[in-house]
Write a protein that binds this ligand. Structure first.
Ligand code: AOS
Ligand code: ZN
Ligand code: ZN
Length: 386
C-alpha cells in the first residue's frame, strides 16, 4: 500500500465522539443566548449528532451526560441511537451542580454529601450497563477557594476512597476516565488539578482507570503534547476532551485557537501508537454564540486535518535528523507536514467514503437547520446542558 493510501485508510477509521450537551443551549455565567431549534430531549440531541456523523463519516458515537440526558429506558435510548446511525458513548457524571455540592462532592467534609455523590457515580455505572458504554468520564469540580478552608490531604484521602469504590463496581470492558482541570469553579485548590494527580490516582486504582486530557484544562503555555506522550508511554491515556481556549476553559471549537498545538498533540498520539480505538477522541465544547451543529462539524473537520498532517510526517527523515542532532532539519520535517494543505486529501477521503467533500456546505444545503426550527418550537430550556 502506498504511503498516501495508508494515510487515507487511517483517516477513514477515525472516530470522534461528540458530546450531547454541545447540541443544547449553553452559555457563560453571564448569559445563555438561547438558539431556535435546539434539542429538547436526549433523542433530539442524538438526531442532531446523527447529522454530524452522516456528513463527516467519523463521528459515530455520542457522549451522554447524567442527569442532563436522564431517561427511563437507556436500552431504548441506545436503540434510538442505533436506528439513527450512531451509538451511545461515554457516560459523563455530574457532581457539580446540586446545592449539596457547594463544598465539593466526593471530597466534601460531610460524609452524607460524599455518599450522595458516590451513589450518583454508581448510578452512572448502572447506566453504562444498560447503554453498553465502555467509558465513565469523571470530572470533579471539587476544590477550595481559600487557604485553610479544608485539609488538602484529607480531601485526597476522600477522593481515593470514592474512586476505589467506583472502580470496584466497573464490569468487564468498562473503564473510568479521570479528568483533571487546573482551576474553576474552585479558585484556590482543585482536588484533581493536573495530569500528575490524575495519573497517581489512576496508577493506584488499576488498569481500568486512565486519564482524560481536556485541552482547555491547562495553565497557559503548558506543553500538552508532552503530557500526551508521557501518559501514552505509561498506558494511562484514556482519551481527550478536545476544545479550544484563548484564556481558560473556553470550550471553543477545537483547533480554532491553536491548530499547531492540535497537530503537535495528534503527532504524539500517532507517534506513540495511540491512534486506535483504545483512546476516546471526544469533543467537550459549548457553542455559545455560534450555531451548534455546524460548529461541531467544523470541530470534527479540524481534528481530521490535524490527524492527516500528523500521519504525513516523514518519520524516517525525522528520525535521521533527530539522531544526528540536525535541529533545523528535524524541525523542518515536522513543519513540512504541518504546513501541508490536507483539505484536498480529506475531500478525496470523503468522496471515497461516499460523502460530500465539504460537510459544512452539505449541512447548509440539507435543510436540517430550518427543519428543526420548525419542529422544535420552544427549544430546550436555557442553561448549560439542561
Ligand atoms: C468541565 O470543565 C469538564 O470539561 C467536563 O469534562 C465537562 O465539561 C463535563 O463533563 C460536562 O458534563
Ligand atoms: Zn472536559
Ligand atoms: Zn472543561
Amino acid at each position: 500500500m502506498t504511503e498516501l493510501a495508508a494515510v487515507k485508510a487511517a483517516l477513514k477509521t477515525q472516530a470522534v465522539e461528540t458530546p450531547s450537551w454541545a447540541y443544547g443551549n449553553s452559555g457563560t455565567r453571564f448569559k445563555v443566548f438561547a438558539q431556535q431549534g435546539v434539542p429538547r430531549t436526549p433523542q433530539e440531541k442524538l438526531a442532531d449528532a446523527a447529522q454530524v456523523h452522516a456528513l463527516t463519516g467519523v463521528a459515530p458515537t455520542v457522549a451522554l451526560h447524567i442527569p442532563w440526558d436522564r431517561v427511563d429506558d437507556y436500552a431504548a435510548l441506545a436503540k434510538y441511537a442505533q436506528d439513527h446511525g450512531v451509538k451511545l458513548g461515554a457516560i459523563n457524571s455530574n457532581t457539580f451542580q446540586d446545592d449539596d455540592y457547594k463544598l465539593g462532592s466526593i471530597c466534601h467534609p460531610d460524609p452524607g454529601v460524599r455518599r450522595k455523590a458516590l451513589d450518583h457515580l454508581l448510578e452512572c455505572v448502572d447506566i453504562m450497563d444498560a447503554t453498553g458504554s465502555r467509558d465513565l468520564k469523571l470530572w470533579f469540580a471539587d476544590g477550595t477557594n481559600y487557604p485553610g478552608q479544608d485539609d488538602l490531604r484529607a480531601r485526597q484521602d476522600r477522593l481515593t476512597q470514592a474512586l476505589a469504590q467506583v472502580y470496584q463496581r466497573l464490569g468487564d470492558g468498562q473503564r473510568m476516565l479521570l479528568e483533571y482541570k487546573f482551576f474553576e469553579p474552585a479558585f484556590y485548590a482543585t482536588d484533581v488539578p493536573d495530569w500528575g494527580t490524575a495519573y497517581a490516582h489512576c496508577l493506584k486504582l488499576g488498569e481500568k482507570a486512565q486519564v482524560v486530557v481536556d485541552t482547555g484544562h491547562h495553565a497557559p503555555g503548558t506543553n500538552i503534547e508532552f503530557i500526551v506522550a508521557t501518559l501514552l508511554r505509561e498506558n494511562k491515556l484514556g482519551g481527550f476532551d478536545f476544545n479550544s481556549r484563548f484564556y481558560a476553559d473556553d470550550d471553543l471549537m477545537v483547533g480554532a485557537a491553536d491548530p499547531f498545538q492540535l497537530f503537535r498533540i495528534m503527532y504524539e498520539v500517532v507517534r506513540g501508537g495511540g491512534y486506535t480505538s483504545d483512546i476516546a477522541f471526544m469533543l467537550d465544547q459549548c457553542h455559545n454564540i455560534e450555531a451548534k451543529i455546524p460548529a461541531i462539524i467544523r470541530s470534527v473537520m479540524n481534528v481530521q486535518e490535524a490527524t492527516a498532517k500528523a500521519l504525513l510526517v516523514d518519520t524516517e527523515a525525522l528520525g535521521t535528523a533527530q539522531r544526528t542532532g540536525d535541529v533545523l532539519e528535524a524541525n523542518a520535517v515536522l513543519m513540512d507536514a504541518y504546513n501541508t494543505d490536507v483539505r484536498p486529501l480529506l475531500a478525496e477521503v470523503r468522496e471515497e467514503m461516499g460523502l460530500d467533500p465539504d460537510p459544512i456546505a452539505a449541512y447548509r444545503r440539507s435543510g436540517w437547520a430550518q427543519k428543526i426550527i420548525e419542529e422544535r418550537v420552544g427549544g430546550q430550556q436555557a442553561g448549560w446542558g439542561a
